[in-house]
Design a binder for this molecule. Structure first.
Ligand code: UGA
Length: 442
């Protein structure tokens, strides 16, 4: 059992802190946002993640997990300090390290005994060394020692607890063998493969892994666009490709591009890291460009099929960047809906949980008049009622299980443009829909 402080109660900090408590450690999650800490102390979870609320409550009740805004005290009382603060994208595409630097300064000022500082935030290569130098600069008692370790995060939103409790591997970068071993031992109850390396390589693994997954997605989206022109079916192409174990079948689902807080930010940051060392990372730049274009795929199809969308009512199914989350950061819906509105359409948008976040985003980005052309609802069939077309943006379970007969009876025109390839072509033909999807024959 270790005493762990986790700095930052965002997605990564909250999930990993809770999982470390779940395997028996004493965890204190900290944040400078006092309101957020108060809500967490009362069991109110700021993000939607299946199972998280229950696991937080259970560990709070069993006194292994607590929340505080008294960061100095939490640091002083802990043996291991996880840095899980945000590293948002700055205007240049570079990761903004201001929160990491501020946290390192506080750790330095509060260092009262040997501690291991573990970086879980996604940070550019070299940040481990930077954190070390900031702590050293602010440490009050120069006899007190510490080590810095890199332990990047590989959780997916929507399945974060499952990913954490059954992690495929833990990457641990350390230049002190003993410190690396302590963090490796901490992961023992997860029964996972431990990969030990140096700090710089661990930091690079995180960016390389995310950029590679993003590359797979943009690659299959490019192939999908060619498939449409040559009459091939991208789902068959992906299946046939994925059977080669060197390629693998995962992350080959063609669609309307990746969104979320990770791939868009981390691909940009990697391009920036490369630029800084004088390397032109053309491949990842193309991945980003393909992804930006792909978000328009369903809008182009709608305009092509319907002609003018001016005055038409379009049902949009899904606002979140993927199912099981209320996260809309870089979601295709944020591109698609304004495009439809600008073209004169009225949008009826369905999402089970991401409506408040979307409304807030559009209140800042769209004019009052434009916002009035969007109606939101958690009632899927109500959204379809009287619509001239249906656009699928997120493959929510409710969407995958759509009652097609009922959907057809509700829609004014039985037209579905599916950005996530949710249904089989045969079934849609049999049910009498005009069905257009991504990379498959219409
Ligand atoms: C991603 C990585 O998968 C995690 O390993 C990583 O820890 C995380 O980023 C992070 O850096 O924190 P996440 O963004 O939560 O996780 O979600 P994914 O499931 O990876 O999906 C990302 C996007 O790619 C979604 O918009 C999804 O719709 C899209 N996607 C995914 C596709 O379009 N096709 C696919 O085949 C797979």
């Amino acid at each position: 059992m270790k005493k762990i402080a986790v700095l930052g109660t965002g997605y990564v900090g909250l999930v990993s802190g809770t999982c470390f408590a779940e395997i028996g450690n004493q965890v204190i999650c900290c944040d400078i946002d006092e309101g957020k800490i108060l809500r967490l102390q009362q069991g109110e979870i700021p993000i939607y993640e299946p199972g998280l609320e229950d696991m937080v409550k259970k560990n709070q009740q069993e006194k292994r997990l607590s929340f505080t805004s008294d960061i100095p005290k939490a640091i002083q009382e802990s043996e291991i300090i996880y840095l899980a603060v945000g590293t948002p994208m700055s205007e240049s595409g570079e990761a903004d390290l201001s929160y990491v630097k501020a946290a390192a300064k506080t750790i330095g000022q509060q260092l009262n005994s040997y501690k291991i500082i573990v970086n879980k935030s996604t940070v550019p290569v070299g940040t481990g060394k930077l954190v070390k130098s900031i702590i050293k600069e602010h440490v009050q008692d120069s006899c007190v020692d510490f080590d810095v370790v890199s332990n990047p995060e590989f959780l997916r939103e929507g399945s974060a607890l499952e990913d954490c409790m059954n992690m495929e591997r833990a990457v641990i970068g350390a230049d002190n063998d003993q410190a690396g071993q302590i963090i490796a031992d901490l992961h023992e109850p997860f029964h996972t493969t431990i990969f030990r390396t140096d700090i710089e390589s661990a930091e690079m693994i995180k960016y390389a892994a995310n950029a590679f997954l993003a590359t797979k997605i943009s690659f299959i989206n490019d192939i999908a666009n060619i498939c449409e022109r040559v009459g091939a079916d991208v789902t068959h192409v992906a299946e046939g490709m994925g059977m080669d174990s060197r390629i693998g079948s995962k992350f080959l689902q063609a669609g309307i591009g990746y969104g979320g807080s990770c791939f868009p930010k981390d691909t940009q940051a990697l391009v920036h890291i490369a630029q800084e060392v004088g390397y032109d990372l053309k491949l990842v730049q193309s991945v980003i460009q393909t992804n930006e274009q792909q978000k328009y795929a369903v809008v182009h199809k709608a305009k092509e099929i319907m002609g003018d969308v001016n005055g038409k009512t379009i049902a949009v199914l899904g606002l979140a960047f993927k199912p099981n989350t209320d996260d809309i950061r870089y979601a295709p819906s944020l591109t698609v809906i304004p495009e439809l509105i600008k073209a004169g359409a009225n949008v009826k948008a369905f999402d089970p949980i991401a409506i408040p976040a979307t409304q807030q985003e559009f209140s800042m980005k769209l004019s009052q008049e434009q916002q009035q052309n969007i109606a939101y609802s958690t009632d899927l069939y109500g959204v379809l009622e009287g619509s001239d077309a249906c656009l699928i943006l997120t493959e929510w379970q409710e969407v995958l299980q759509l009652d097609l007969e009922q959907a057809k009876s509700k829609l004014k025109v039985p037209l579905i443009i599916d950005g996530r390839n949710c249904f089989s072509l045969e079934m849609m033909l049999e049910k009498g829909f005009t069905y257009h999807s991504i990379g498959r024959p219409a």
